[in-house]
Design a protein around this ligand. Structure first.
Ligand code: XMP
Length: 317
């Protein structure tokens, strides 16, 4: 029978055999999957695992600093790399979602490649790929070519001439969380909502600027904090805010305003393949909306997304 402890023991043993004294590089994203993959490999090979955590400037507010500190606490051999400007530059003027994803993927590879090169004799690239990632990547090449090119599998290993190790590739998300728990990873990391690799760039519809990122970070922060303080965070599979490329009219005192609209999205799901919008209480939505409009300059309207997947996807891009 599958239990997380048995999985951990067997995987650690297998990784020891497979990796020996080789050096392994892994990109941490702050998410559950890469964190659990890292800890599993760390148990097998210790400091021969070199982790790289890139700040792409598209993470949630304060996330990079907080998560980097947690990683260090976990004993991981991790290097934080500030590449914000490189990503903003690569995104300049791009508004097509796939173009944005490609630019982010390409920049990530450049930054990662540069960092990985500074590690002598690295042989392996570890990835936190899980089972649904493989399914969704395959479907990208299938008949519906318009499905998003989600995951940056491929490309990187060939370019860097590395062998790939993916210790979580047979697991679903809930399995990954159980394995993470067995490895005593902080609940703050394990309980996190999934967050897309391209981050806030695909929640800013249209072109991305540092200023739009800042606005969306503030909005998202208020929303997520309210979910946490009301105990709703753990009942939601994924939540976030979307900055719409529209301005709407509002009033402030005697003045007419013409400012941005944000949409809030919260979904219930098992694996992200299908999802239902969460019936958040009106009181909750009201409090969040008031705080956003009062505190975030440049936003004068908040809407709530009541669409389920399919046909609406979780992300808007
Ligand atoms: P959709 O929007 O397709 O999202 O319903 C399903 C899940 O995938 C995440 N997602 C992404 N994750 N790179 C990622 O790493 C991407 O480009 C990407 N697009 C969507 C989304 O956040 C949700 O969890």
């Amino acid at each position: 029978d599958w239990t997380p402890d048995v999985f951990v023991d067997a995987s650690v043993e297998e990784l020891k055999q497979q990796l020996g004294n080789d050096k392994v590089v892994l990109g941490l994203s702050g998410g559950v999957d890469s964190s659990v993959a890292a800890m599993l490999i760390h148990h097998a090979i210790g400091t021969n695992l070199y982790c790289i955590f890139v700040d792409n400037g598209l993470l949630r507010k304060n996330e990079f600093e907080e998560v980097l500190a947690s990683y260090k606490n976990m004993g991981l051999n991790v290097k934080g790399v500030d590449a914000k400007d490189q990503f903003y530059k690569a995104l300049e003027g791009l508004s097509d979602p796939e173009e944005k994803r490609k630019a982010i993927g390409k920049t990530f590879i450049e930054v990662f490649d540069q960092e990985a090169k500074t590690i002598q004799n690295v042989k392996w690239l570890a990835q936190g790929t899980i089972y649904p990632d493989i399914i969704e990547s395959v479907s990208v090449k299938g008949p519906s070519a318009t499905i998003k090119s989600h995951h940056n599998v491929g490309g990187l290993p060939a370019k860097m001439n590395l062998k790939v190790v993916e210790p979580l590739k047979t697991l679903f998300k809930d399995g990954v969380r159980l394995v993470g728990k067995a490895l005593a990873i902080d609940q703050k990391i394990l309980g996190r909502h999934p967050f897309p690799g391209p981050g806030l760039a695909i929640r800013i519809l249209g072109d991305v600027t540092a200023e739009k990122v800042r606005v969306l970070q503030e909005v998202d922060y208020i929303f997520i904090n309210h979910l946490k303080t009301t105990g709703l965070y753990d009942e939601v599979w994924q939540a976030g805010a979307i900055l719409l490329p529209v301005q709407s009219v509002g009033v402030m005192g005697d003045e007419r305003t013409y400012e941005s609209v944000v949409a809030l999205r919260a979904v219930a799901s098992v694996d992200g393949m299908t999802a239902d919008w969460v019936h958040l209480p009106y009181e909750f939505l009201s409090d969040v909306s008031n705080e956003i409009i009062n505190k975030v300059k440049g936003v004068n309207r908040v809407v709530y997304d009541i669409s389920s997947k399919p046909p609406a996807t979780i992300e808007w891009e």
